[in-house]
Ligand binder design. Structure first.
Ligand code: EPU
Length: 342
């Protein structure tokens, strides 16, 4: 078993926060993963799971063992034990270590519909269900069929249906009840050969012909993202730093009276989603810099790291931004990436 000691994880998280892992391993098979979890149990090492590192806030020191599943296989099948399966359905079976964007482009290039709107989201497939990745009107939950997991305590492999994952906006069972209890090892996605473009969000439709291919949709999404979102290889960031807040109807009515142009998206059940980026932008914070960190100049929801900072400094900047928004709008912002603690 290949366990490395004292591993620098600053290049393994897209915010490039400094982090020293006491031990690190990247098992390539289910049995190697089971073995390493068994060893961690016997030695009493705390286990921290890491995917592509694109949605985590790492501390400076991580004792115990960091495990990054390197299950890189994926394949397509036409059949699945599912009474609702359609003739044109194609199921993608995807190892947790597969890069999400690579999967999107590969399935779109094969003419399969389903995840083309989720192009260019950084990170690994195994991490995708944790926060139920979403963009341009599509969420992972819309196409996820099942998730294979390995229980940390026993090494037992199990399957969860999409319903069992309790998906919500940037939320799932893996952030709640199952947090720290399982490793996601494989996803099964239900894709389709039947054209089903979802072009309702923003100006995607304006960039495409009337009957686009899934690859053309994926490429349009990439173009939009490249215009607004910084490339983490060039400027360290973790995508949206805050979740879009959900507020009640009464608060929206009051806010709209004062700010009639405020973007707002009713969600049903008396709740409305506001655009955190707009709220931050209105506070005049777009493009601001606070030491090593700042607010991206083209998208106020993204915090960027210019280098030399750590998580403490990032949280200081984030708290300042949240305090400004709260003072002006009375709305609380919550960080979207996960705070990883030893
Ligand atoms: N807005 C501003 N100023 C800004 C940013 C946004 O006024 O600096 C306004 C926009 O004009 C628009 C509204 O806010 O009216 C919403 O903006 P946008 O469409 O850019 O989307 P978002 O709500 O800021 C969410 C996701 C993104 C996803 C996009 C597109 C969250 C937290 N973020 O951003 O996801 O790509 O929608 O679907 O839900 C991520 O999670 O890392 C991420 C990038």
């Amino acid at each position: 078993m290949n366990i490395l000691n004292n591993v620098d994880l600053s290049a393994a998280n897209t915010l490039r926060l400094p982090c020293q892992a006491q031990r690190f391993t990247a098992p390539r098979t289910l049995s190697a993963l089971r073995d390493v979890l068994g060893q961690a149990r016997r030695e009493g090492w705390a286990v921290t799971l890491l995917g592509g590192g694109s949605n985590v806030l790492l501390p400076e020191k991580l004792p115990g063992l960091v495990v990054r599943p390197a299950l890189h296989q994926w394949w397509l099948s036409g059949h699945q034990d599912d009474q609702n399966a359609q003739e044109d359905d194609v199921f993608a079976h995807v190892g947790a270590g597969v890069n999400w964007h690579a999967l999107v482009m590969a399935t779109a290039a094969r003419g399969l519909w389903g995840i083309e709107n989720l192009a260019l989201i950084p990170g690994s497939c195994g991490a995708a269900p944790v926060q139920n990745i979403g963009a341009y009107g599509v969420e992972l939950a819309d196409v996820l069929h099942a998730v294979q997991v390995m229980e940390l305590a026993t090494g037992r492999v199990d399957w969860l249906s999409a319903e069992e994952c309790a998906f919500g906006y940037r939320d799932s069972l893996f952030k709640g009840e199952l947090a720290g209890g399982v490793v996601i090892t494989q996803l099964v996605l239900r894709l389709s050969r039947t054209p089903a473009p979802k072009l309702g969000y923003g100006d995607i439709a304006a960039r495409l012909p009337s009957f686009p291919t899934p690859l053309a949709v994926a490429e349009a999404v990439c173009a939009i993202r490249r215009e607004k979102l910084p490339d983490p290889h060039v400027l360290a960031n973790a995508g949206s730093f805050f979740k879009n807040p959900l507020v009640n109807d009464e608060q929206v009515t009051q806010l709209l009276r004062q700010y009639p142009a405020m973007p707002h998206f009713p969600q049903g059940g008396g709740k409305t989603k506001l655009a955190a980026g707009w709220l931050i932008d209105q506070c005049g914070l777009k493009g601001m810099r606070d030491g090593a960190f700042g607010v991206h100049q083209h998208q106020a929801l993204v915090l960027v790291h210019f280098g030399g900072g750590d998580r403490h400094g990032l949280m200081k900047t984030a708290n300042y931004i949240a305090a400004q928004v709260e003072a002006r709008f009375g709305v609380l912002l919550e960080p979207e990436p996960r705070l990883i603690n030893p």
